[in-house]
Design a protein around this ligand. Structure first.
Ligand code: GRF
Length: 200
């Protein structure tokens, strides 16, 4: 399976995926890493590991449709079979989601459907939940609404700040995302309506 990883920031999930691919725990190739931010450390991680990496700067495109059209043609050129969102901070257009329907995954730092959208860790702390976590899901046209592939719970501790809690959620993400991608790459995930059926 050829992966196209989209990342805007530090890219620690990208790093976990790179490590899993290189350790042969994840049967996939990283075809390309794309960022909308030229300064993203994620690009530097890709460079270090000699993966193709590209910044598509939104300022060079007239709008979302034009940007997403460029993204689609890039991913097609690289024969990407699965689009992996790893901290990609742009909403994808309906056009993009339809082009790659059922072949886009995302990781979100909460137990969806709780706390979708931005600042999920802050939302969870503010709400006062005792358990939160992370979710890997397929991407549909909504915001964090697609079928859930896998989740891990993380306990909220007394005195947690957004930073300390996000750190523990991040550690959980680094195990969960490569594992969930492995299930997809091995053909173990079937979607029936809202449910992902995992076979062993
Ligand atoms: C993660 O917390 C992920 O859940 C969210 O964005 C963050 C990306 O972190 N979608 P990183 O760039 O992989 O370190």
């Amino acid at each position: 399976m050829r992966l196209g990883v989209l990342a805007s920031g530090s890219g620690t999930n990208l790093q976990a995926i790179i490590d899993a691919v290189e350790a042969k725990k994840l049967p996939a190739e990283i075809a390309v890493v794309v960022s909308d931010n030229a300064q993203a450390p994620a690009l530097e991680r890709a460079r270090k590991h000699r993966y193709k990496h590209i910044c598509l700067n939104p300022r060079n495109y007239k709008g979302r449709e034009e940007y997403d059209a460029a993204l689609v043609s890039l991913l097609q050129r690289e024969r990407v079979g699965l689009v992996v969102l790893a901290g990609f901070m742009r909403l994808l257009s309906r056009y993009f989601v339809r082009e790659y329907e059922g072949r886009i995954t995302n990781i979100h730092p909460s137990l969806l459907p709780a706390f979708p959208g931005l600042n999920a860790v802050q939302q969870a702390l503010k709400y006062g939940v005792k358990i939160t976590g992370c979710t890997v899901h397929f991407v549909d046209e909504g915001v964090d609404t697609g079928p859930i592939i896998a989740q891990v719970a993380v306990a909220v501790k007394e005195g947690d700040t957004v930073e300390t809690l996000h750190q523990r959620i991040h550690s959980a993400e680094h195990k969960l995302y490569p594992w969930a991608l492995g299930l997809i790459c091995r053909g173990k995930v079937r979607v029936e309506g809202r449910r992902c059926i995992i076979s062993d």
